[in-house]
Design a protein around this ligand. Structure first.
Ligand code: HXC
Length: 518
């Protein structure tokens, strides 16, 4: 064999060694848990044959702690590179649990930092496929330092490129903070969990018995903590969900979201919109029915469906263009604004604003949730976040008041005074300082105390107030809204409104950054 042949042979040997390094046993173990291998996940994420790997042959660092052993492995337990999603460039890192439990050592961290920096430099989204036992114990402070660089890059990239984390196994210790700093978190049912400290530590420190699921399973994070925005039956569907989510986003903050040809050009039966709000103002209805009739066919993609369901947020397309929709949900707690719905709404509005996605606000809200629990836990400061987010957002913003717009909630939900570009109301809208029952109890306290049948009288006063004060025409006549519209016209009103706003530009006062009430 000539020298060139030997060199080439050596190269092929390295590739072979690299392919079998984890051994089929470890991969079989991974599959037995209902999990895919790091490379299989990448194949699902990207368009066919579009993935290009980087740093496949780097090897693990030798720890200087002298504690425990390191199975020096090619790649150091993470696969990085780039590929195409629907033809568009996307960067990825995918942690390999079969190598030291996907734990993060110095080399592993350096690889993630490399793709983060490339993604930021070229303005492309980055996806983290996470399956990791956290900081690699043997590598000590080098692991902590590695995580910190990743967090720092997450923060630098925030609002510049979309960042998505997909939890596909454990995300323990340091592994949770990068997802928390990214824009969206996906989890797969039964195989993924996220916690800062595991059940063993909880038992040791607090003497409490908790399961992995209770502490950090997908239901916990989707319903209770709100950390997970999307949960899926399995890994395949979670990764396909990521592809779908990316279709709404521009590659970076300097671009606009891509136009997508409408599935159906047939116009919807928008007249049904007239029948959605019930005659009885206190009766609930499902605001998602309104969204379905307004947005393009089957285009609504809900975010954080299980967390704070009294507010609905998600992406959709309107005549082929991406929009963000935020809507009070009268079906849950009458659509009231509480701490969790404020947090959910504010974060969504800020994402849309950062990535040039126009916002539709559908309003039907009786006000803020009263009570000790909410006040003690800071509804003032958390509600202010939603106000801050709407007020700060400079993307095109259009509001439609469907029914109730009472008190502070009227101000918060993208009112004209905080920068709503067009504010429409349906004839069923009720706009006033507070709801009829509360208002008449204050205004007619003395009359009600003296009345023979106070309940009946209160009902009469409330009906009069609803009719004479809380109607949309007063707000319309005085210019607090732009127009009372026929519900059946809503879709086209929105389409034309956003068309006029395509070149919207807002000058902001110069500052380093605002001081959001965190
Ligand atoms: C080194 C680790 C590791 C770690 C797992 N492994 N976690 N090696 N550092 N952090 C190794 C195991 O030794 C094992 O090696 C292999 O990965 C698979 O792990 P198993 O325990 O066999 O798997 P499983 O039973 O599925 O349990 C997974 C697990 C558990 C729940 C993640 O391994 C675990 O509890 N690990 C520690 C999690 C944790 O507390 N991390 C926090 C670190 S502190 P072998 O050789 O047997 O295959 C931290 C702080 C950073 O992250 C703070 C920054 C803000």
């Amino acid at each position: 064999m000539d020298i060139k042949g030997k060199i080439y042979n050596d190269f092929l040997n390295r590739i072979e060694r690299f392919k079998v390094q984890n051994g089929p046993d470890k991969i079989r173990k991974q599959h037995a848990k209902g999990k895919l291998h790091a490379r299989e996940r990448i194949t699902l994420l990207f368009d066919k044959n579009s993935f290009e790997e980087l740093d496949a042959f780097v090897t693990s660092a030798t720890p200087d702690t002298g504690f425990g052993k390191i199975d020096s492995a090619f790649g150091d337990g993470v696969v990085i590179g780039h590929g195409r999603v629907n033809g568009r460039l996307v960067y990825v890192y995918s942690q390999d649990f079969t190598v030291m439990g996907g734990s993060l050592g110095a080399v592993h961290a350096k690889k993630i930092v490399k793709v983060q920096e490339l993604a930021l430099k070229v303005g492309a989204p980055i996806i983290g496929l996470i399956d990791s036992g956290g900081a690699r114990i043997q590598e000590g402070v080098a692991s902590l330092s590695g995580y910190t660089s990743i967090f720092h890059n997450n923060v630098r990239s925030s609002g510049v490129i979309p960042q998505i984390s997909v939890i596909l196994g454990p995300a323990a210790g340091g592994a949770v903070y990068s997802p928390a700093l990214t824009d969206f978190v996906f989890m797969a049912k039964n195989t993924s969990y996220m916690f800062l400290t595991g059940p063993n530590v909880v038992k040791e420190v607090l003497n409490e018995e908790v399961t992995f699921d209770e502490l950090g399973g997908e239901e916990t994070h989707a319903r209770k903590s709100g950390v997970a925005n999307f949960i899926y039956e399995d890994e395949e569907n979670a990764i396909l969900g990521v592809r779908k989510l990316l279709s709404f986003f521009p590659s970076n903050n300097l671009e606009n979201p891509p136009y997508v040809e409408r599935i159906s050009k047939k116009e919807k039966n928008v007249e049904k919109l007239r029948d959605i709000v019930p005659d009885d103002a206190n009766k609930p209805y499902d605001v998602k029915k309104v969204i379905e009739l307004i947005a393009d066919q089957d285009s609504f993609f809900e975010v954080s469906e299980l967390f704070a369901p009294n507010i609905v947020v998600g992406f959709a397309r309107l005549n082929g263009k991406a929009v963000g929709i935020i809507a009070n949900q009268p079906k849950v707690l009458a659509g009231v604004i509480d701490i969790n719905s404020s947090l959910k709404g504010a974060r969504f509005v800020r994402f849309c604003d950062a990535f040039n996605i126009p916002i539709i606000t559908l309003e039907d809200v009786p006000g803020f949730l009263p009570g000790l629990d909410q006040e003690h836990n800071g509804i003032i400061k958390h509600g202010a976040k939603l106000l801050f987010a709407f007020s700060e957002a400079t993307v095109p913003k259009v509001t439609v008041i469907l029914r109730k717009a009472y008190g502070g909630a009227f101000c918060v939900m993208n009112s004209k005074n905080i920068g709503g570009d067009y504010n429409f109301a349906w004839p069923t809208a009720e706009i006033a300082v507070m709801g009829p029952e509360g208002a008449v109890s204050i205004l007619y306290r003395k009359e009600l105390e003296k009345a023979e049948d106070p309940k009946k009288l209160k009902k009469e006063f409330a009906a009069k107030y609803r009719h004479e004060v809380a109607n949309p025409y007063i707000a319309d006549e005085k210019g607090y809204i732009d127009e009372v519209i026929d519900p059946a016209d809503t879709r086209w009103k929105l389409i034309t409104a956003f068309e006029t706003l395509e070149n919207k530009h807002v000058d902001q006062p110069e500052r380093k950054h605002g001081n959001m009430p965190l």
